[in-house]
Every structure is written in C-alpha cells, then in structure tokens.
Design a protein around this ligand. Structure first.
Ligand code: ADP
Length: 626
C-alpha cells in the first residue's frame, strides 16, 4: 500500500457530474449541508449497526455524534463524525469515482431531459458529497476507518483532481473541512448553521453539536437538532415540512413528495412505516437494476437501505422507512427472504400503500391522474402477478376510453354502462389514435358501447389476469370470441344467415387464396363501415403485442389470424359476384390480397409485401381512371 502522498485525477464521469452539480445547483447552494450531514449520519448508523455484534468496536469513543465547528476568520466550516470512517482506498474509491453503474446514464439522462430535470436526477446517483464544491474552493477530508489505525487526508479544489496523503490521527471517523469561497463566507456563521440544521437535519437520529467557545476559552458543544427518530413521534406532533424534509433525506429527491402514509401496526407483528409516493418517477423505473425498496430499521437501528423484501416489486417507486420491533438486529437479506415476519410486514405495508392510493384516487383526483400516468404501468404488473391484491389494483387502474377524454376507471365504466350491456369491451393497439380508428370497434361504437383503449404494452397481460370485473366479463373487440349476436332479433338473425350463405363460394375461394396468411375466413358482426378486418383467435395475442414481441425475439412463430368480412359492404357484394367465375379467378385473388393488406393497414400493422401492394394499387387506379 502506498504510504505517501499521491495525486489522482477524477474519473471522467465525476468531472461531468461535478460540472452538472455546480452549474445547476448554484441557486440551491445551502443543500450541501444536508448532503454532508446525511453522509455523516449514515456513517454513524453503519458503525452502530456493526457495534451490535462487534462489542469492542466503539472502544472508549461511545457516543455517536456529529460536530460542527465554524471559523469565520479563516472562512472555514468543519463537519466531523465519529462514524465508520474510510480507509485510504475507500477515500479514493468513494470520493474519486462514482461507483454506481448508473452514473453514465445519469449524465445521459441530464442531457436528454435538459437542465430542468437535473434536480430530480442528481440525488438518485449519490453525488451528494460533490455538492460541497458549491460553497467551497477547497475541500479536505480527513478520515480514519474503524478497521484501520491509519488516518488519511483527501484534498481537492475540484479542478485539478485530488491528492491523498497520510495524516495525523484525530480519532475514528471523518472530518470534512470546507474552505469557503470568498462569496460564500456567510456559511461560516453560527446563526446560518443553526437555521440550516433545523431546516434540513432536525430528523437526523444522532445529535448534531455546534462548538461554542466560551470567554474562558473552553469549548461547549451545544446540541442543535432534535435528534429523535421522526417516525416514532405521534403524527399530531409532526409538521408537514418535517415530513417533507425527512422524505428528501431518505429519497435524495429534491421535490416534496406527492403523498405519504405514516402508520403503526400492532398485533402479531409490530412495525411502524413512513412511506412516500414521489411526485416524479426515477427515470430508471423500468430498469432491472433500478435501486428499489425502503430503508429498514429494527427497533430504531438502521439495518439496510433499499430493502426490497418488504415491498412487492410493483410498488418499487415507493420510498421511506419501515421500523420493525420483531426482526432480529442481525437480520440479513437471506434471512429476510425466509422470515415469516417479513411476509407479514410486506403484506401490511402493501395494504397501507393501497389504502393511500385509494385515498388519493378519491380525494385528490388530479394528483391521482399524475400518479397513474407516472406509475400506472408498474402497478399493472401487480394486476398480473399478485393475486392477493388484484381486485384492489383493478379498481385503481385507469384506461383511455371511447366515452371519456380523461382516463377512466372500471367502476366509472360500469356506471355508464347502458341497460342490456353486460360486458366490458376493450381494444389493444399502439396509441389511442390507432385503436380509435380500427375497424374492430365500429359496430360497438354504433351501438353506443363504450370501448376501453389499451395502449400500454403490459395491458395485454394485465387484462388477461382480470377476466371479469364485478361479475362483468372483459372482452376484446379484436378477438374471435366477441359475441354481438345476443341482442339480435330472430328476423335479423335470419337475414344475416341468408347473406352469409350467399357468401359461401367467396369465402371458400378466399380461404384458398389466403391459406398462408389466415387460419379462417368468416362473416363478421363487428364491422359497419369497413369491408374487412383481422381478428385474433380466442386466447391469442393481440397483433400489436405480437409485433412487439417479434421485434424483441427473432424467430417467434407467427400467429395466423381470422379474416372477417362485412357482408353488407358493397365491395364484398361485388367480389361475391366474381367468385365462381373461373375466367376471373386471377383477378379475384388480386382483389383479395389487396383487401387483406388493407385490413393490416387499418389496424396499424405493417404489410408483408409493400411492392406487391403498391403494384396492385397502381393497377387498380389505372383501371379506375381509364
Ligand atoms: P452517497 O452518499 O449518495 O453514496 P456521496 O457522494 O455523498 O454519495 O458519498 C459517496 C460515498 O462516500 C458514500 O456512499 C460513503 O461510502 C462515503 N462517505 C461520504 N461521507 C462519508 C462519511 N462522513 N463517513 C464515511 N463515509 C462517507
């Protein structure tokens, strides 16, 4: 190990991140203190947790605390903790690189979303420490790890990289010295620091002490924060602002949350939760490696960040803390996975979050609309995967609809449902526009049936999991099993069957012509204006979804669909005239291919052979114009 001074340059991403932080946060400089106090508190939490099993670890230095010293003359602000500390290698690693694989994506995301989104994005990537350069020209970090007896000093001006060298021992933990920039000198003020600590760090569960030098020269350490676990206080004693600051502390978000729930569950398993729904979704919500979960405490002792085991994956956007009285302090991730108490906690926490979502849906519809547009896709995963909560999630789901400008709930659909309708209709496609214009829903709309437009890729699986809602069947307008015959009179039925009988020869020939493309040809009931459409066999995947899957998975088998004809359409009547005339069979097959391609286009599917389509169209236009 190098025992001497060494010079390092920052990893490229650090430079970029530093640039972004400094450029976009200049009007929020004061948050540096929150970030540094948050890091110090984490370092104390980590040490405390280890000391539960390693009893000798604390030695004589038993009271875990954060100290702040101010020297206005030197423009110096010192923040120290007697926490876990850092070794030389950790200093280089933690403060010279950005360990998280997400840092590159962070930089990309900032570029993509523009400066305004930076505030939301920064916190998620642990760039907190670098915010010290918002106020300081030079930052010096002196640290001794609890696992080492060497003290090391890291120092940087953020411009030319950083140096690391051995330092004089000042005890376990980390001391951060901020050499304040000339125009930031007022951060070295007693009043300012007290105000910022109250504002940003009152909830830190360790004492934060400020040095007061007495006339006698003695130093008095005054505790300037409340230092108690916020979530253990009675709700009535907590201000909204405190709740919001606590959220920012645990989530690293910069904006206040959209909603929160603070609860205590007593009975077989006792635990407290303080959970929040962020207003903005993290941009990596759909990444498999996305950090998720909440902070887990056991009897107020910090155990782990990002605890995934106590929230289902479809609530991965929820932030906050859960504090359990029943888990052992030495609980590990492996143990959590098997533990019965964990399952009880997860269930209880999930119910509380669903209560919260239901409350927002009822009382704050605008916020709920934001929430749904941000997290709806994730919540729909729950409909698919989580039987226990399916009904509640189905009620929370919102869909685009033919009868409503705003996304609608299934309950609202049921309320609007006219007498005599006993099914819920939906259609699946890439966008509202595409589905709205698709031939499949013509007859439904004509009969004043509401159709839900499902345009999220996950919708196919979500609706498959809810075959019925409050005893009403969910039926796809695009599937073979749509049954519109029930409300037909005997007379209508007779007429329809006669017409279909007349089309038999045409249908027979079409089956031969399109043998490679479709599994069946039949008369349709769902069309009014269009001559033809393609429908999905019962239980089959919708065309849009099949197309998406095929794009991801080469060689996926192609599903043959059913070709439906509108018996009342003049084109079909004319074609029926051609059927059976042997001399015109070549002509008939040209028309049939053209119709088939048209059915693909009308539903938004690409056509398989565009040159042939173009040739047929040109020929047809030529004939028509001559
Ligand atoms: P984050 O805290 O989000 O991980 P930071 O840039 O603020 O990101 O800090 C990087 C890392 O440096 C921390 O994860 C931690 O390991 C280490 N660190 C920062 N401050 C301290 C401290 N006071 N004591 C011990 N380790 C610290």
């Amino acid at each position: 190990m190098a025992q001497t001074r060494s010079e390092h340059s920052f990893q490229a991403e650090v430079n970029q991140v530093l640039g972004i932080v400094i450029n976009s946060l200049y009007s929020h400089r004061e948050i540096f203190l929150r970030e540094l106090l948050s890091n110090a508190a984490d370092a104390l939490d980590k040490l405390h947790y280890r000391s539960l099993t390693e009893h000798e670890l604390l030695g004589d230095d038993r009271e875990l605390e954060i100290r702040i010293e101010i020297d206005p003359e030197q423009r110096l602000l010192k923040i120290s903790d007697n926490g876990i500390g850092m070794t030389r290698d950790e200093l280089v690693e933690n403060l010279g690189t950005i360990a998280r694989s997400g840092s590159k994506r962070f930089v990309e995301a900032v570029k993509e979303r523009g400066e305004n989104a930076t505030l939301d994005l920064i916190g998620q990537f642990g760039v907190g420490f670098y915010s010290s350069f918002l106020v300081a020209d030079r930052v010096t970090v002196r640290s001794r790890s609890v696992d080492s007896d060497e003290t090391w000093v890291w120092s940087s001006d953020a411009k030319t990289g950083f140096t690391v060298e051995p330092g004089e021992d000042r005890g376990r933990g980390t001391e951060i010295r901020l050499h304040l920039a000339e125009d930031q000198a007022d951060y070295a003020s007693d009043q300012r620091v007290r105000y910022l600590v109250r504002r940003y760090a009152d909830y830190v569960g360790h004492p934060i002490r400020l040095a007061e030098t007495q006339d006698s020269g003695e130093v008095d350490w005054e505790t300037i924060n409340e230092a108690s676990a916020l979530w253990r206080k009675p709700k009535a004693e907590i201000e909204d602002e405190e709740y919001d600051e606590f959220y920012k502390h645990v989530s690293h978000d910069w904006e206040a949350p959209l909603a929160r729930t603070h609860f205590k569950i007593e009975g077989g398993t006792n635990f407290t939760g303080l959970l929040y729904v962020p207003r903005n979704p993290p941009f990596d919500l759909y990444d498999r490696e996305h950090r998720r979960g909440v902070r887990l405490y056991v009897k107020r002792v910090f155990i782990m960040d990002d605890c995934e085991e106590i929230l289902p994956v479809w609530l991965r956007f929820v932030r906050g803390i859960v504090d359990s009285d029943d888990l052992p302090l030495n609980v590990s991730r492996e143990l959590l996975q098997e533990d019965r108490a964990t399952r009880t906690i997860r269930k209880g926490v999930t119910k509380k979050v669903l209560d919260l979502l239901e409350r927002i849906a009822k009382d704050q519809p605008e916020d709920y609309a934001t929430l749904w547009s941000n997290y709806g896709v994730v919540l729909k995963e729950g409909i698919h995967y989580d039987e226990d909560f399916r009904d509640r999630l189905a009620a929370l789901a919102r869909f685009e609809s033919s009868k409503s400008e705003e996304p609608t709930s299934l309950d609202a659909y049921l309320e609007r449902m006219p007498e005599g309708q006993d099914e819920i209709y939906y259609a699946i496609g890439p966008s509202r526009n595409a589905v709205e214009g698709s031939p499949h829903i013509e007859a439904l709309l004509k009969r004043d049936r509401e159709v839900l437009f499902l345009t999220d890729p996950v919708d196919e699986w979500a609706v498959a999991a809810i075959p019925t809602y409050k005893d009403k069947k969910l039926v796809s307008a695009m599937r073979a099993d749509l049954d519109l015959d029930r409300d037909e009179s005997d007379e209508e039925k007779k007429q329809r069957e006669e017409k279909a009988g007349g089309l038999e020869p045409l249908i027979g020939q079409m089956k031969e012509i399109l043998a490679d493309q479709v599994s069946e040809v039949r008369v349709s009931r769902r069309l009014t204006d269009s001559p033809v459409c393609l429908v999905v066999p019962e239980g089959g995947l919708h065309a849009h979804i099949e197309r998406m899957l095929r794009a991801q998975q080469k060689g996926m088998p192609r599903q043959k669909r059913i070709f439906e004809l509108n018996a009342d359409h003049p084109v079909i009547a004319k074609l029926a005239g051609l059927a059976g005339d042997e001399n015109r069979s070549a002509e008939l097959s040209e028309w049939v291919f053209l119709l088939y391609d048209q059915a693909c286009l009308a539903e938004g599917s690409p056509i398989a052979d565009p040159p042939s389509f173009a040739r047929r169209m040109a020929k047809m236009m030529g004939d028509a114009l001559s």
